[in-house]
Write a protein that binds this ligand. Structure first.
Ligand code: SAM
Length: 246
């Protein structure tokens, strides 16, 4: 795919999915550079199962940006838990240069890749944090420090909430990007929502229209608000979280 073909494909994907506002020349240039960098790096390390530009445009970039409108306005501090190959951290950082976003992952190679990608694109608003979420969330240096925590494709919702909510300031929001089992996960997370003093403030179902018009995937964005500081009991040790999820 040539650069020109990429830019057109990206514009078309944004347009079909109702997010054309993000198709500015500067953003498109960044998405092109990010995609090339990601696919090149992917030949040396396992960042993504996706192998071509069209899939990265729809299943990574467009998919993440469907949730970007839920980031509150202003100079907020955002944490992306289990960022992996930088999703949604890097697309969010591109379309919202006014926010400070930290990519957290347990794997040092992944956070090193995210830092290298941010440097390659000249993004100054991306930071990294390496370690397990359930350990870092108990550390006063990181606990209750973020306005927004987001996560995509990391763990089942009730587990994910115990990992993520401790990082949020009181009144902060947790943005969970989910696929087709989302409603079942939400039902199973009722106790976690209560124990972690949260409330669901948005349950949005969306369709991701992929490059082939016939390919439509179900997507859910959940937004939870944290009403008060997290009980010191949480997050528990991971063995306990997994054995006995909230
Ligand atoms: N969010 C990315 C995406 O949507 O493409 C990556 C998803 S990948 C399937 C899950 C990532 O979560 C992996 O990179 C893994 O290292 C990370 N992860 C899993 N459990 C974690 C934990 N407890 N703390 C920190 N990172 C974790």
């Amino acid at each position: 795919m040539t650069k020109q073909e990429f830019l057109i494909a990206c514009e078309e994907s944004f347009s079909k999915n109702g997010i054309f506002e993000y198709a500015t020349p500067e953003n498109l240039e960044n998405f092109y550079n990010l995609t090339i960098f990601m696919l090149e790096t992917n030949k040396k390390m396992n960042l993504t199962a996706l192998r071509d530009e069209n899939s990265v445009i729809s299943r990574h970039i467009t998919d993440c940006l469907l949730a970007a409108k839920h980031l509150p306005k202003g100079k907020i501090k955002v944490l992306d838990v289990g960022s992996g190959g930088g999703m949604p951290c890097l697309p969010f950082a591109i379309v919202r240069p006014d926010i400070e976003i930290t990519a957290l992952d347990a794997t040092a190679k992944k956070t090193a890749y995210i830092a290298a990608a941010a440097e390659h694109l000249g993004l100054k608003n991306v930071h990294i944090l390496t370690g397990r979420a359930e350990e870092l969330g108990a550390n006063p240096k990181h606990r209750e420090m973020f306005d927004v925590v987001c996560a995509r494709a990391v763990a089942e919702l009730r587990v994910l909430m115990e990992w993520c909510i401790p990082f949020l300031k009181k009144d902060g929001i947790f943005l969970s990007l989910k696929g087709k089992n989302a409603e079942t996960e939400l039902t199973n997370a009722a106790n976690a929502v209560k124990k972690l003093s949260c409330s669901l403030i948005l349950n949005e179902k969306q369709e991701l229209i992929e490059s082939e018009e016939s390919e439509i995937s179900e997507r859910h964005n959940f937004v939870f608000k944290k009403a008060k500081n997290t009980d010191k009991l949480y997050p528990r040790r991971n063995a306990q979280i997994m054995k006995n999820p909230l």
